[in-house]
Write a protein that binds this ligand. Structure first.
Ligand code: ADP
Ligand code: F6P
Length: 324
């Protein structure tokens, strides 16, 4: 197929997420399929600034589909938030002859992509983050794998909590978003779920719920707390002091970001990566590839960044109903 694009780059930025490798592979291989040369940009926007840019071929993305993390590595690059850094990035892309760029990351990375577009480098972004907090997309690559890691850990915590009649207070990731917390809460049968999006009253929403559970015959309980709410160690102490139920706090931390991606993450990453290349070939730019109504779709980056995702109150209510 004849088109004006010859060379494109791909980078991963922000926090890594399982499935990023599947996305890189899809960009490289669908790019090659369409006659493009594809370059990998190392360590997010850092590599773009510094010219850490390597040629990729079909073999360089072999054996990576099943691996967590990102073979291109990732970074948080403060210099790129400044105009000077962005200009340096565009100049470097020109030097390497890149006609377009695919950015895989979260909303911070999307803001960087928007700047590149504004400065004349056609850029397409796709969501790769465990948080599922991208406003314009129902799904972000990495979320399913992360949730599976969380539920395995919480199931294990339940084994020991029930053996000791204890309360397990578990912090999961999500600084500003409670998706991991609420869906893990539903999947693990947590008695209490606390997220940054909804205010809570410690006495009513935690202590009373635990006491009521004990009255109804529950002898142990699980409290899931999103990172953005925090304070699990103090919380466990207070629960023990006020309910008499021995309590332990666990912070799951970065274990949630690793691991071999699930089928869902591999397939969606592959589809989204393919869509990124298709958009570039069509001469589109300034777009976010996303999932809408269950299908791979895309939105204008300005529009996408202006949207506000609401954590479903129905999910929060379901978690509560199921804990009776
Ligand atoms: P995520 O992409 O996962 O949300 P960050 O918010 O840390 O992660 O953003 C990743 C990187 O994107 C930052 O380190 C920076 O290089 C770039 N970035 C973030 N915000 C902006 C911005 N407003 N303008 C330009 N680049 C940005
Ligand atoms: O955005 C993904 C995420 O894992 C968040 O859930 C978490 O708050 C943050 O990244 C942790 O970032 P870092 O890797 O810098 O500790």
């Amino acid at each position: 197929m004849e088109h004006k694009f010859k060379k494109i780059g791909v980078l991963t930025s922000g926090g890594d997420a399982p499935g990023m490798n599947a996305a890189i592979r899809a960009v490289v291989r669908t790019g090659i399929y369409n006659g493009l040369e594809v370059y990998g940009v190392k360590k997010g926007y850092n590599g773009l600034l510094n010219g850490d840019i390597i040629p990729m071929n079909a073999r360089s993305v072999g054996e990576i589909l099943q691996k967590g993390g990102t073979i291109l590595q990732t970074a948080r690059c403060l210099e790129f938030k400044e105009k000077k850094g962005q200009e340096q990035g565009v100049a470097m892309a020109k030097k390497f002859g890149l006609d377009g760029l695919v950015v895989i990351g979260g909303d911070g990375s999307f803001k960087g992509a928007r700047q590149l577009c504004r400065m004349g480098l056609p850029t397409i972004a796709m969501p790769g983050t465990i948080d599922n907090d991208i406003d314009c997309s129902e799904y972000t690559v990495g979320y399913d794998t992360c949730l599976n890691t969380v539920i395995q850990a919480v199931d294990k915590l339940r084994d020991t909590s029930s053996s000791h009649d204890r309360c397990s207070v578990v912090e999961v990731m999500g600084r500003g978003a409670g998706y991991i917390a609420v869906e893990a809460g539903i999947a693990c049968g947590a008695e209490v779920v606390l997220v940054p999006e909804y205010e809570y009253d410690f006495e009513k929403d935690v202590i009373e719920v635990i006491r009521d559970g004990v009255k109804r015959g529950k002898q142990h309980c699980i409290v899931i707390v999103a990172e953005g709410v925090g304070g699990v160690v103090e919380m466990a102490k207070k629960i023990e002091a006020e309910t008499g139920m021995e309590s332990r706090a666990t912070i799951l931390g970065h274990v949630q970001r690793g691991g071999s991606p699930t089928v869902r993450d591999r397939v969606i990453a592959s589809q989204m990566g393919e869509r990124c290349v298709e958009l570039i070939l069509k001469g589109e730019q300034n777009k976010i590839v996303c999932m809408r109504n269950g299908h791979i779709s895309d939105v204008d980056i300005e529009e996408g960044l202006a949207m506000k995702k609401v954590l479903s109150p129905d999910l929060m209510l379901l978690a509560k109903k199921l804990s009776v």
